[in-house]
Design a protein around this ligand. Structure first.
Ligand code: SAM
Length: 222
C-alpha cells in the first residue's frame, strides 16, 4: 500500500467509528466519563473554551454530536455556523442538534485542501480532532494550512487534543491511549506538547496552550 492509500485507510478507520450507536452514547460516555476520569479534563473546561472564543461566524471542524455547539453562547442570536466533517452521520447528528442556527454542512477530509463555497469565518474549533488524525504532529498540522484560507485576519482557532508526551499521564490514561492507537481510533502515539507549540507558532500570529490532565487546550489568533 502506498503512503496516500495508507493515510486514506487510517482516516476512514478514525472517522468510521462514529456510527449512529456510538454517537448515541458519545456525550455520556466519551465526554461525561472518559474525558474527566481517564484524560482528567472535564467537559466543562472545553465548554468554557467555546464560550470564550466562539464568534458570530463560526466553523466547527469534527463536530461529533454537536454537544459543545448546542450549549455554547454565541455572541449573536443567528450566527453563521458551518459544520465540517468527513463522516455523514456526524454531520447529520450535529446539524439536527443545532438546527435552530440553520448551519451549512460540508463533507471533506480535512487532511486535504477543501472548498467551503467562499464562506469565511472569524472563529474555528477543532475539539478532540487532532488526536484522531494520522501523520505525526507535523503532517497532521496541514489541517491548519487548509483552514487558514477560510478565515478572516484576526480570527480565532481553538480546540483540544490528547497528547502522548509533555502532558500528565496515569497508568489508566496510558493504557487507554495505547488501546485507542492499536484500534486506529487515535493516532497520537508520538504527539507532543512541544511539537504542537512549534506547529502553532509556525502558522499563527499568537497562540496559547494550556494543559489539563492528558489534554492540551490551544487558542490561536490568525
Ligand atoms: C473525537 S470526535 C470529536 C467530536 C467533538 N468535536 C467533541 O469534542 O465532542 C472527532 C471528530 O473528527 C472527525 N474527523 C476525524 N478525522 C477527520 C478527517 N480526516 N476529516 C474530517 N473529519 C474528521 C470525526 O468524524 C469526528 O466527528
Amino acid at each position: 500500500m502506498d503512503r496516500h492509500a495508507a493515510q486514506q485507510s487510517q482516516v476512514t478507520a478514525a472517522t468510521a467509528v462514529y456510527t449512529s450507536s456510538t454517537l448515541m452514547v458519545y456525550d455520556a460516555f466519551v465526554l461525561g466519563v472518559v474525558s474527566p476520569a481517564v484524560w482528567r479534563c472535564p467537559r466543562k473546561v472545553m465548554a468554557a473554551q467555546y464560550d470564550r472564543h466562539v464568534s458570530a461566524r463560526h466553523l466547527d471542524i469534527g463536530p461529533g454530536t454537536g454537544y459543545f455547539l448546542g450549549r455554547c453562547r454565541f455572541p449573536s442570536p443567528q450566527p453563521q455556523l458551518a459544520l465540517l466533517d468527513l463522516n455523514p452521520m456526524v454531520l447529520d447528528r450535529a446539524r439536527r442538534r443545532v438546527e435552530r442556527y440553520r448551519p451549512t454542512v460540508h463533507r471533506h477530509n480535512i487532511l486535504q485542501p477543501y472548498d467551503l463555497g467562499g464562506l469565511r469565518f472569524s472563529s474555528a474549533s477543532l475539539n478532540f480532532v487532532l488526536h484522531c488524525l494520522p501523520g505525526g504532529m507535523s503532517g497532521k498540522s496541514a489541517v491548519f494550512d487548509h483552514l487558514l484560507p477560510h478565515l478572516d485576519p484576526g480570527a480565532r482557532v481553538f480546540g483540544s487534543t490528547v497528547l502522548a508526551h509533555g502532558v500528565g499521564h496515569t497508568p489508566i490514561s496510558r493504557a487507554h491511549l495505547d488501546l485507542l492507537n492499536r484500534r486506529q481510533v487515535f493516532h497520537n502515539r508520538n504527539d507532543s506538547l512541544e511539537q504542537l507549540e512549534t506547529e502553532l507558532d509556525r502558522r499563527f500570529a499568537r497562540h496559547e496552550v494550556s494543559v489539563r490532565g492528558s489534554v492540551a487546550l490551544f487558542e490561536a489568533t490568525v
